[in-house]
Design a binder for this molecule. Structure first.
Ligand code: FA5
Ligand code: MG
Length: 440
């Protein structure tokens, strides 16, 4: 069942946007429900196996501890963490004003169960329904799914926490915002944190047409103060920041279809800047769709793995999915501790070079994410990273040649050469079957 599902879906991702006739009776079971498959279906067995795991709800797991730690920083907010990852493209994109041609909608970037149902790619997918329930201050933690490259900091499933706060858009509520801002500013003054700020509003990062710019500015400041205070609590103490060696945080102008103004936050840690969240003033269209048009507020979405890798010194994103006792037994609920690697096993890389079949002009070719999904399905977590090391088009035949390097390494044991060769043979054979490639 999975095999045929995969075969069809890979044929389809070769030609995104073109509809194929598939047997009407094909279904796929996702979290206990049968769904019809169609030309959009590209969910893989590897992805299906992750859906029930809910790492962010396991109390001793680093992601579970990080969730409760952040929740306790926002004690007056509602805390949600059990929403199904199965959403509609309307929830994930349209309800957030994504344009019809946004690349995130494509089958090369997102996992679809079928044309009408997909796996959420971000926790913002639940903004409209959560505001519509009447929630005005909330945190929502969840697993999110994206087709992506393979390396030490990218995994096709990761976890985000969405946070939002909305106020009455009347002058009375602005007093509430200003009081909150004074309280938070006083707290931050006493801390070991250096913040590279930027103007709240600029011509390139404007307030929304229906907003009073002063109100928008006060709300943006409120968002920044809440997040700086969270970052200080997470990194300031746990990472041992001092007056001499303070934590550095920088705010950057950003763009999201569902916020304006918008920002990203990066933290300087162990010698590099790391993007940990995106945020902004909620687009009025989102609040209108949620039937709370007279509100004004902010939202953020932060990446839990990125933060946990820093706090726990976890070197590879695959480790979060390990069921090895040597990993899991190191953690206790509610406590950040430094991960002690239980030895690094040797890597083994294999290259595969091939010609893609020639295609009529305008037809999509194999996407790097298609290749990564295929390798992930064959090799599971034994694959550490995948890189394109050569790519060219033959000047006469116009055929594309590709060479990928797959780096295999287990986190738990040494791999034998025979085992790696066997996996590589399977990768090559699937590549031939599904994409019709000619090995060079
Ligand atoms: C978003 O997903 C927006 N929904 C965030 C947002 C929410 C903006 C509310 C405005 C208002 P982005 O794609 O940048 O944005 O992802 C947010 C964070 O998730 C990133 O900063 C990063 O910390 C984390 N993240 C993104 N991609 C990955 C990945 N492949 N692996 C691990 N973490 C990731
Ligand atoms: Mg980003």
């Amino acid at each position: 069942m999975y095999r045929t599902l995969n075969l069809r879906c890979i044929q389809r991702v070769l030609r995104p946007g073109r509809l194929y006739t598939t047997p009407a009776s094909s279904t796929v079971k996702v979290l206990g429900t049968d769904y019809l498959t169609d030309s959009y279906t590209n969910i893989t067995p590897t992805i299906l196996s992750k859906l029930p795991l809910q790492l962010h709800r396991q109390p001793a797991h680093p992601l579970g501890t990080l969730r409760t730690l952040i929740e306790s920083h926002f004690p007056s907010f509602s805390h949600l963490s059990s929403l199904s990852p199965i959403v509609t493209p309307y929830q994930n994109f349209d309800s957030l004003s994504f344009p019809a041609d946004h690349p995130g909608r494509s089958v090369t970037d997102s996992y679809y169960i079928n044309k009408d149902v997909m796996l959420r790619t971000h926790t913002s997918a639940h903004e409209v329904e959560t505001f519509a329930k009447g929630e005005t201050k909330w945190l929502l933690t969840a697993d999110v799914y994206r087709r992506d490259e393979i390396d030490g900091s990218h995994y096709p499933v990761f976890h985000q926490m969405e946070g939002a706060k909305i106020f009455e858009a009347a002058p009375y509520a602005m007093r509430e915002v200003e009081e909150d801002n004074e309280r938070l500013s006083a707290h931050l003054k006493q801390s070991n944190i250096v913040i590279e700020d930027i103007p709240h509003l600029t011509p390139a990062n404007p307030s929304q047409p229906s907003h009073n710019p002063q109100h928008s500015e006060a709300v943006a400041l409120n968002l920044k103060l809440h997040l700086n205070s969270l970052l200080l609590e997470l990194f300031g103490d746990a990472a041992g920041a001092t007056k001499e060696d303070p934590l550095k945080v920088r705010w950057i102008e950003a763009y999201f279809p569902f916020t304006s103004p918008s920002y990203e936050v990066e933290v300087f840690f162990r010698g590099k800047w790391l993007e940990i969240l995106g945020c902004g003033v909620v687009l009025q269209g989102t609040l209108d769709r949620a039937n709370v048009p007279n509100k004004l507020g902010w939202a953020f979405g932060l990446g839990l793995e990125r933060i946990a890798m820093i706090l726990y010194s976890i070197p590879d994103i695959r480790l979060f999915w390990s069921s090895d006792k040597r990993f899991l037994s190191q953690f206790t609920p509610g406590r950040i501790s430094t991960f002690k690697p239980y030895s690094k096993y040797p890597p083994c890389h294999k290259d595969v070079s091939f010609w893609l079949p020639s295609r009529p002009d305008g037809e999509a070719k194999m996407h790097d994410n298609d290749f990564c999904d295929l390798v992930r399905d064959v090799a599971g977590d034994l694959v550490e990273d995948v890189k394109v090391i050569d790519r060219f088009t033959h000047p006469k035949t116009k055929r594309d040649s590709l060479c990928y390097r797959i780096n295999y390494r287990s986190m738990d044991r040494s791999l034998s050469n025979a085992e790696v060769n066997d996996i590589q043979d399977q990768v090559v054979s699937h590549l031939k079957d599904r994409f019709g490639v000619e090995i060079r």
